[in-house]
Design a protein around this ligand. Structure first.
Ligand code: SF4
Ligand code: SF4
Length: 77
C-alpha cells in the first residue's frame, strides 16, 4: 500500500490490485495520476489533487481510496 499525502488528506493506492487499465489516469481532472514502468498507477502530482473521489469511484478493482477525514492528533498536554 502506498500513501500520498497533501496536508491531512491522502490517497492510498494498492499496487497489487492495480491492473494498469488507465481508467483512473484518464478520469482524473487534475492530471495527478500516471502509470509507471511496471504498469501500476502512481500519484505523481499529489499537490494538484482536489480529493474529488473520481478515481476511487471509477477504479474497477478498488485499488485507490481517497481519504478526506482529518487525522486526529493526540493532545500534547
Ligand atoms: S483504474 Fe484501478 S486498476 Fe485501473 S489503472 Fe487505475 S488504479 Fe489501476
Ligand atoms: S481524487 Fe480526484 S483529483 Fe485526486 S487523484 Fe483522484 S480523480 Fe484526481
Amino acid at each position: 500500500m502506498r500513501r500520498y499525502e497533501q496536508g491531512s488528506f491522502f490517497l492510498e493506492i494498492e499496487p497489487r490490485r492495480c491492473k494498469g487499465c488507465g481508467v483512473c489516469v484518464q478520469s482524473c481532472p487534475q492530471g495527478v495520476l500516471t502509470l509507471n514502468s511496471e504498469g501500476k498507477v502512481e500519484a505523481t502530482e499529489i499537490a494538484r489533487c482536489v480529493f474529488c473521489g473520481i478515481c476511487e469511484q471509477r477504479c474497477p478493482d478498488f485499488a485507490i481510496s481517497v481519504h478526506k477525514e482529518r487525522i486526529l492528533q493526540p493532545s500534547l498536554v
